[in-house]
Design a protein around this ligand. Structure first.
Ligand code: OOB
Length: 542
């Protein structure tokens, strides 16, 4: 099934697309084509290193050939251009092979995170009408094959499950590759490349349709800003499926530049620091809580971190105090990143002064990123004043995948994305993130839609009502707190029972409320809705 951007998701109006092409932002490249070009330009350069359990490497030629053979195997099994494939792999070499194989075909990876469980995966599979699901056998003690078996029963259209390692009742990914036979019709640059996940503010995650043209532009822009080149050795510390480690500049940026990507199986310093030393890592991306841990650990480590040139920190607000400590501890430059899977990415610059780097979240990649900071009534506010951030540009989507109703709220009529972030703009055009208007919890970079968790808790027979809010946390920035009202006459519940209930319903562990409190009623707004503002305030006081 062929998908065109304008049908399943709104796309850029023709005049914008023409402008972005004329400016040289959209260059008519595809992911499959770019890997082929790099493989032809420097076939023997190492593209990818997967260090665990034993070190495996892929040259650009090997990765390119591997993607071709896997693409041929997927095609032979009936996976076609436009099909969706939910990919849930940790930081392993197969992840990169699989997505490039899908890019070649023009099938769309749907990037699930390793932490996702039945609730999220069932939604991704059924909502995208996925034909295949790719999983590891076991990861972090969890058997993904069993999850996959449940999905096969729940989602009738899911025809294939491919497993890295021991496949159990499914198909081994290693059995899929075959000799490419007839040439096939790949995707066009303006067509969709993949579906990325939104942090979400409503019950279920929205899917973000990104095209080859727009995403490749964000990579090129990011590479230029961060100084990524063929000598860059990028360590993927965060889950490779997330937009930040993927494209800011991330592993795709490093591959685009002909550099080397090293996959880090776990983010802790005990795993990452020896790898930095051994692989002579020059660049990486961290969320603020991890940056804190690394900063602390670096002062005591015996590992040689001297190859590290640049650490990007983003995904959640990085405190100024913590930011000041990073450079001296890690002995590398800091760059703050404020981005979103929907598009817009801001970076501080390599030549920004220290004050700018530690006190702002950067400025946009592109001169064609349009930024508006507006008040509640949608009127632009002057620089220096807080307001809602709206944005439109050459790599910011014009709408979510198959969500016309939500799109009417999330985008202005003239196509600006309402980010839900509260920012102020400095005279230099840098943005400072002051807070958030959207109903979302940012748990150290992991985004939680309170409504999704509330819906799970509401299914508990003893629960009358629930409201989930963020509480400030010194380490994570925010944690989640569920205020629960029990049904009249219900047996009293312990917080731990509520948490267990949520976990057992099959949801990512980071969404299980950190805290549970029982209350008799919620504060209400003037119109009788639950006042999250008051609840958050109360939580902040306790
Ligand atoms: C990144 O992407 P998402 O889609 O997981 O989350 C986007 C949201 C933003 O709207 C903002 O609320 C928050 O995450 N955020 C930050 C931030 N970076 C992201 N809030 C404060 N300070 C920052 N530096 O998180 C993402 C995507 C690409 C690059 C970097 C992060």
């Amino acid at each position: 099934m062929t998908l065109t951007p304008g049908v399943d998701a709104p796309t850029w109006p023709v005049e914008f697309a023409e402008r972005y092409r004329a400016a040289g932002h959209w260059r008519g490249e595809t992911f499959g084509g770019m890997l082929r070009e790099r493989a032809e330009a420097h076939p023997h350069h190492i593209a990818l290193v997967d260090p665990a359990p034993e070190r495996r490497t892929w040259t650009y030629r090997e990765l390119d050939e591997r993607a071709d053979r896997l693409a041929a195997g997927f095609l032979a099994r009936g996976i076609a251009k436009g099909d969706r494939v939910v990919v849930q792999l940790p930081n392993v070499g197969e992840f990169v092979e699989v997505v490039f194989a899908l890019f070649r075909i023009g099938a769309l990876p749907v990037y699930a995170l390793p932490a996702h469980r039945d609730t999220e995966i069932a939604h991704f599979c059924s909502f995208t009408e996925a034909v295949a699901y790719v999983v590891p056998d076991l990861h972090a003690g969890y058997d993904h094959r069993e999850l996959a078996s449940r999905m096969r029963h729940r989602v009738p259209g899911l025809r294939h499950v491919f497993v890295t390692g021991d496949p159990g009742e499914h198909t081994a990914l290693s059995d899929v590759p075959c000799e490419p036979s007839a040439p096939f019709d790949g995707p066009r640059p303006h067509e969709l490349a993949f579906l990325q996940l939104s942090g979400g503010t409503t019950g279920v995650s929205k899917l973000i349709p990104r095209t080859h043209d727009d995403y490749l532009y964000s990579l090129r822009g990011s590479n230029e800003i961060c100084g990524v080149n063929a000598g860059t050795r990028f360590l993927v510390v965060l889950p490779a499926a997330h937009n930040f480690p993927m494209s800011s500049p991330g592993w795709l940026g490093a591959l685009y530049a002909g550099g080397t990507v090293v996959l880090c199986p776990k983010p802790d310093p005990d795993t990452a620091f020896p790898l930095i030393a051994r692989e002579r890592i020059s660049m990486t991306g961290l969320v603020p809580p991890l940056a804190l841990v690394w900063t602390q650990a670096a002062t005591e480590t015996a590992h040689d971190l001297s190859s590290l040139e640049l650490a990007l920190v983003g995904g959640a607000k990085y405190s100024e105090q913590a930011a000041r400590r990073l450079e001296p501890a890690l002995g590398c430059k800091l760059m703050q990143v404020f981005g979103m899977a929907e598009g817009l990415v801001n970076y501080t610059r390599l030549d920004d002064d220290t004050e700018t780097v530690v006190t702002t979240q950067g400025r946009p990649i592109s001169p064609d990123d349009e930024i508006r900071v507006v008040d509640d009534a949608g009127r632009d506010v002057p620089d220096g004043e807080f307001g809602h951030l709206l944005t439109r540009g050459p790599y910011t989507i014009r709408g979510y995948w198959r969500a016309p109703e939500h799109n009417r709220r999330a985008f202005t009529e003239d196509g600006f994305y309402r980010t839900g972030d509260i920012v102020r703009r400095t005279p230099t055009g840098h943005l400072v993130v002051e807070g958030r208007a959207k109903d979302q919890i940012n748990r150290g970079g992991e985004k939680i839609a309170p409504e999704e968790v509330e819906n799970v808790i509401l299914a508990h027979p003893s629960v009358h009502d629930v409201s989930v809010v963020a509480v400030p946390d010194a380490y994570l920035g925010e944690r989640s707190l569920a205020y629960v009202i029990l049904r009249e006459g219900a047996e009293p519940l312990k917080p731990v029972a509520v948490k267990r209930f949520v976990r057992e319903r099959g949801i990512a562990a980071y969404k299980v409320p950190d805290l549970v409190e029982f209350v008799d009623e919620f504060p209400r707004t003037g119109v009788g809705k639950v006042s999250k503002k008051h609840l958050r305030f109360a939580a902040g006081q306790s």
